[in-house]
Design a binder for this molecule. Structure first.
Ligand SMILES: [Fe+2]
Ligand SMILES: [Fe+2]
Length: 314
């Protein structure tokens, strides 16, 4: 990382001021989601793995996943914001630049939660009844925040880096992707770039005062947190694939319905776990703060989530 933490926080403030956007006037701009367009790119939905879906059904496959994407971000940004506010306490009477940068981070994360609630509402208007997302942001935050800051910051950096990977995926040539969805990715990405820098600064600061024993426990907590994310996406993939099959407008036999469910789960694991874990900057940062055996423990937990064919993809 170039420069002192204060210089880096100062650059985050400058960038945050430069890119700042308004939810309605910059992102939504009076638009609605159109069911003739995709809400997530094929690279994230893994639609290529269900070739028996007709083009309209592929679009619907992306719309169901897009709705869950909005809900998942509503979920994770609740605990991210609470953790940032908690960490800001360490700077109250210290580095005022760090404090200002983290307060902006928190303010942006509150806005992002509002953005994703707005997106869920707009998608909800357009889609058939029966969708459900039963996770409560405060319950999930309670579980996550019971772990050490080291583990929560590792999970957070991984999330804030995967939003950047998803943005890149959304700007690949994907003619059918909704412009509104692409803007959601783009505007979110603009502010998440700074968040990822600050996650790393704070993670390194916390790491510097962590003993080897505490770090070893924190590695296990990180593995537990990834397991908790996996439990959430496993249940949600089941709910979403049932909803998809029930509302898609045609009969599925048992084998195709199972392929839909399997692909949905693989897509959610890619979106919420593997695209962050595989992010080169996440991998390098994690490696710089852990031992070989600790990295191997994390790697083993992750490889259990990826079907062999996906390990080398993306
Ligand atoms: Fe965000
Ligand atoms: Fe963020």
């Amino acid at each position: 990382m170039d420069g002192t933490p204060t210089q880096r926080f100062a650059r985050c403030i400058t960038a945050s001021k430069r890119v700042r956007w308004d939810l309605e006037t910059d992102v939504i701009r009076g638009r609605r989601f159109d069911l003739t367009e995709k809400f997530l790119p094929d690279g994230l939905t893994l639609a290529g793995a269900v070739p028996f879906l007709a083009p309209g059904e592929r679009r619907y496959f992306s719309q169901v996943q897009g709705r869950t994407y909005a809900n998942m971000f509503g979920l994770v940004e609740r605990f991210i914001n609470a953790k940032v506010l908690e960490l800001s306490r360490d700077h109250w009477f210290g580095d005022q630049t760090a404090l200002e940068a983290l307060i902006r981070f928190s303010d942006e994360e509150l806005k992002h939660q509002a953005l994703f609630r707005r997106v869920e509402m707009l998608i909800g208007e357009a889609m058939p009844a029966g969708y459900s997302f039963s996770w409560e942001p405060n319950d999930v935050a309670g579980t996550v925040l019971s772990k050490s800051s080291w583990a929560v910051l590792a999970l957070t950096l991984h999330i804030e880096l995967f939003t950047q990977a998803h943005y890149r995926e959304s700007i690949r040539e994907e003619a059918e992707l909704s412009e509104l969805a692409r803007d959601v990715f783009r505007f979110h990405w603009k502010e998440e770039c700074q968040h990822a820098v600050m996650d790393e600064l704070e993670w390194r600061r916390v790491d510097a005062s962590t003993t080897a024993e505490a770090r070893d426990l924190a590695v296990d907590e990180l593995i537990e947190l990834v397991g908790a994310v996996d439990s959430i996406v496993t249940v949600q993939a089941e709910a979403d694939s049932r909803y998809f099959v029930a509302t898609c407008g045609r009969q599925f036999d048992a084998a195709t319905a199972a392929a839909v469910a399997q692909t949905m789960l693989a897509a959610y694991r890619l979106q919420y776990i593997l695209s962050g874990a595989r992010h080169p900057h996440f991998a390098a940062t994690l490696a710089s703060m852990t031992t070989e055996p600790q990295l191997a423990r994390i790697g083993a937990a992750l490889s259990a989530l990826a079907p062999p064919a996906m390990l080398n993809a993306a």
